[in-house]
Design a protein around this ligand. Structure first.
Ligand code: HEM
Length: 605
């Protein structure tokens, strides 16, 4: 018999013996309480069957198991029992009421162990002093409101880059593929917050390339973490592929970390002038941290893990959410119009976007004004509820055996919260699959205002209705920052541009699983700069020039005229649409001769 065959058979037998012994001998088996119900499983074989399922298949199987077994079920996927929780009340009982017990993370194995430097990052650290130190460092040093404010120049810089790219690719016949630009913008922002300097495009692209390559391959590497020893032998090539990707991640991030540390040292010693635009970077905050258990500073590999966690956690999630929100604004123009009206009522009419000459001092919505826009807040929340970037929270573990809903939750089980289903619960939300931002608007009975002063509690501390950021002690520490980023980008994108679907496109909201739950058919849209309508009197001449400066539209007429409504008149429709499609002609629309009676904001048709 071939040696390789004997090796595989022996490995399979040894892998089978362990789960069977566990099943018979484990304390949970002898415990009086039962594990939550679930389908019957055959050790190892069931594992393979589950692993072969695509993510949407897996999720829909879970939903049908839920209708059969109830809101808490057990599966045997991998080495430990996996418990799935799918209702807001059970999630609240576990994560908030029993927070201290439900806040541990499973032991990292295989690729997870390498990527997290053996659980030395926030998301994978066990619930204990190391996690506390790393999380407190992030929240107090980077996410504190005053620090978040100090990054506002960075947000403006990134918005300018985003506008430039959107407008630059506007002429593409098939519309702008937005997600690429959103992702790049988020990378620019998070890279700056992480390493402190405005890196050039080549460097940012490098960081984006290595982190995204790793993130997009993670699902393929799952099998290496489930049975680490067996996996490394059976999937040798995949293991080497992972190590290579990890090496390229280190090759790109380590020089950035070193150069930042060097610059900070030289600045402290007065060898270089403090830069006006200098911000505190995430790397700066890691340099002096001392691990409480090991009484030592972080090594370079641990810094790589923390920086790549920072970049991964903050870029894909936010750009995915932004894409979903913009898709809904394109699909439902009445929501976009209502949002645009709210924005202009607070900050005035849209400034005209000029491609070249105004980039340096482009007018942007003041971040404090975002707080006065309840409908904007509702649009963002509804986007996160209806399309949470993470359909499941990161796996949790309990610190000791506990009881939930009369079932045993054993210490060795992973606990998974179905965040998407929790936000779609029909007992909590009317028509949960519809996109209706109005559901978040509270009615202030004393003033009669529809407002959002004490708005929806996204942390779920009193009651969970949705949990795109999780809840309890492991809740995303950057929920506030993420919401600010979304509000800032959505508001400015809508203030400057009108977003419309491509001809014949109904905007398909099907999902696809990558690191986050993305749009299966990435959003493409037309964007046209908002123009001011002008009420004119007398003889008018409407003129626009193409990029080469030639006049392409011209006409004359004598009467009272409003450009915004003129677009709807048949005679000028072609001309206006042409102007809209050829966006950014210089000047966009010029009126010669007439006396301007009044100006007001209006969007181009
Ligand atoms: C729309 C954007 C975002 C969404 C939807 C999101 C969602 C989540 C979710 C669901 C978790 C898991 C919670 C749990 O396991 O209970 C999480 C954890 C985490 N997120 Fe976010 N996140 C976003 C943005 C960010 C940003 C911008 C950062 C950092 C700059 C960040 C850093 C983290 C960290 C460090 C953790 C681990 C927390 C822990 O284990 O204690 N996230 N996030």
């Amino acid at each position: 018999m071939e040696t390789w065959f004997i090796i595989i058979i022996s490995l399979c037998i040894s892998a089978l013996i362990k789960p069977i012994c566990n099943l018979i001998l484990s304390p949970s088996h002898n415990h009086k309480k039962r594990l939550p119900p679930g389908p019957t499983t055959i050790p190892l074989i069931s594992n393979f069957l589950w692993l072969r399922k695509s993510f949407p298949e897996f999720e829909s199987t879970l939903r049908s198991l839920r209708s059969k077994h109830g809101p808490i079920i057990t599966l045997r996927v991998g080495r430990r029992p996996a418990i799935f929780i799918s209702t807001p009340t059970l999630a609240h009982q576990a994560l908030v009421q029993n927070g201290a017990v439900f806040s541990d993370r499973p032991k990292a194995l295989g690729t997870d162990k390498v990527l997290s430097s053996n659980q030395h990052n926030i998301s994978s650290a066990a619930y204990g002093p190391t996690w506390r130190l790393l999380r407190r460092n992030l929240t107090s040093e980077i996410l504190h409101p005053s620090r978040v404010k100090s990054y506002s120049a960075a947000r403006q810089w990134v918005l300018t880059i985003l506008f430039e790219r959107l407008v630059g690719s506007q002429s593409e016949a098939e519309g702008v593929r937005l997600v690429d630009h959103f992702q790049y913008a988020m990378f620019c922002l998070l890279v700056l917050m992480c390493f402190g300097d405005r890196l050039d495009e080549k460097q940012i692209r490098e960081v984006e390339r290595v982190t995204r390559q790793m993130v997009c391959s993670l699902r393929r590497f799952d099998v290496l973490s489930i049975w680490p020893r067996l996996g490394k032998i059976m999937f040798r090539n995949r293991w080497h592929e992972f190590l290579q990707l990890f090496q390229s991640l280190q090759d790109v991030l380590i020089p950035l970390i070193r150069s930042r540390m060097e610059a900070v040292k030289r600045r402290q010693h007065g060898q270089i002038e403090p830069d006006k635009e200098c911000v505190v970077a995430y790397v700066d905050t890691l340099v002096d941290l001392e691990l409480p258990d090991e009484k030592r500073k972080l090594n370079e590999q641990e810094m790589v893990s923390l920086c790549s966690e920072f970049l991964n956690a903050g870029t894909d999630t936010t750009s995915t959410a932004l894409q979903w929100i913009m898709a809904n604004l394109v699909k439902y123009p009445h929501v976009q119009t209502k949002l645009y009206e709210e924005i202009t009522s607070i900050v005035g009419p849209s400034p005209q976007f000029r491609e070249k000459n105004e980039k340096a001092n482009m007018v942007m919505i003041n971040e404090d004004d975002l707080q006065r826009m309840p409908y904007l807040k509702s649009v963002v929340l509804e986007g996160l509820r209806r399309h949470p970037p993470a359909h499941f929270l990161l796996p949790h573990m309990v610190t000791k055996d506990v009881e939930l809903e009369g079932y045993l939750v054993p210490k060795d089980a992973t606990i998974n919260f179905m965040a998407a289903d929790i936000g779609w619960d029909p007992k909590v939300w009317e028509e949960p699959m519809e996109f209706k931002p109005e559901r978040f608007l509270t009615h202030n009975t004393t003033s009669g205002d529809r407002g959002a002063a004490d708005f929806f509690d996204i942390t779920g501390s009193r009651e969970i209705k949705m949990m795109p950021f999780g809840a309890g002690r492991r809740i995303c520490p950057a929920a506030g920052l993420a919401i600010l980023h979304l509000e800032f980008f959505v508001a400015n994108l809508v203030w400057y541009f009108q977003w419309t679907a491509m001809k014949g496109d109904t905007i398909d909201l099907s999902e696809k699983e990558e690191f986050t739950t993305m749009m299966k058919y990435p959003l493409r849209a037309h964007i046209s700069p908002r123009v001011r309508s002008q009420n004119c009197e007398g003889s008018w001449r409407l003129k626009a020039r193409d990029r080469k400066g030639r006049a392409v539209v011209a006409g004359q007429r004598s009467e009272r005229w409003e450009i915004g409504t003129a677009a709807r008149r048949k005679r000028t429709l072609t001309a206006k649409v042409f102007v809209a499609n050829e966006a950014l002609m210089e000047p966009l629309v010029a009126i010669e001769g007439p006396r301007v009676v009044s100006t007001q904001a209006a969007s181009m048709v």
